[in-house]
Design a protein around this ligand. Sequence first.
Ligand code: ATP
Length: 288
Amino acid sequence: MAEQRAADGAVAVADEAGAAARAAAEAERQAPQERRPTVVADDVHIYYRVYGGARSRGSAANALRRMVTRKGGPSVRVVRAVKGVTFTAYRGEAIGLIGTNGSGKSTLLRAVAGLLPVEKGAIYTDGQPSLLGVNAALMNDLTGERNIALGGLAMGMTPEQVKARTQAIIDFSGINDNDDFASLPMRTYSSGMAARLRFSIAAAKSHDVLLIDEALATGDARFQKRSEERIRELRKEAGTVFLVSHNNKSIRDTCDRVIWLEQGLLRLDGPTDEVLKEYEAYTKAKKK
Ligand SMILES: Nc1ncnc2c1ncn2[C@@H]1O[C@H](COP(=O)(O)OP(=O)(O)OP(=O)(O)O)[C@@H](O)[C@H]1O
């Protein structure tokens, strides 16, 4: 009997422990999904160094003087493109990056993608960020189909996955709407068609962190709508999307949070409507 009670007690304890473990697992499953950081930028500074660009040193006479006197090295001018930006991006967020020309948006995006080093501070990412810019490298002499294969493989798809998705990518891009352009070299595409193909290749895969630079601005209205829908889907697939754009409507339709950069500084970071309201007032005042 005593043994039976002990056994019952053990079962009860095991049940309790099991319930607690299940509750903890459930809490862990829910909580991190809601607020799991994917990109942390900690006081990020990014500088460009332009060689031969220093003021008052560029003339031929100055170069000759330096050669004769053997004084002074090659002149270097430092452009401080991003100056101490801090933010945390979470899983499931779509974040718009806005700011006037030269404010540092593309630079910050390239640094998040790991394509530019940071001078000071640090960027931490969970997962592999993929940058989709209008300049994303595809081969002009290869056909659209070959570029889809190359792009897909470069993003880590298997050859089978590439094969299975090629038609869907062509259809999404709309490059074959008027003729069979997929079998022609990319140099025969208009800039809008090429940008659409780049977007379609990148959007064919779900990304941990997808970085989009102005891609939506290049397509026509129908393609913009399709790509906005796809961005919403990518968000649901649990990634984080960053979108650099001068098109406030695209930002409004796609993003729930906006980071506003101005002259390399983070000016505002918050809900889309609030930040865009301030930004629109700022750009209006600047125009006057
Ligand atoms: N390769 C480079 N070498 C030197 N300076 C650069 C280089 N690329 C950008 N910059 C400078 O860095 C600053 C930020 O440029 P960036 O392209 O990040 O701005 P942006 O906000 O994306 O601008 P836009 O809206 O015009 O695309 C600018 O002052 C620009 O002149």
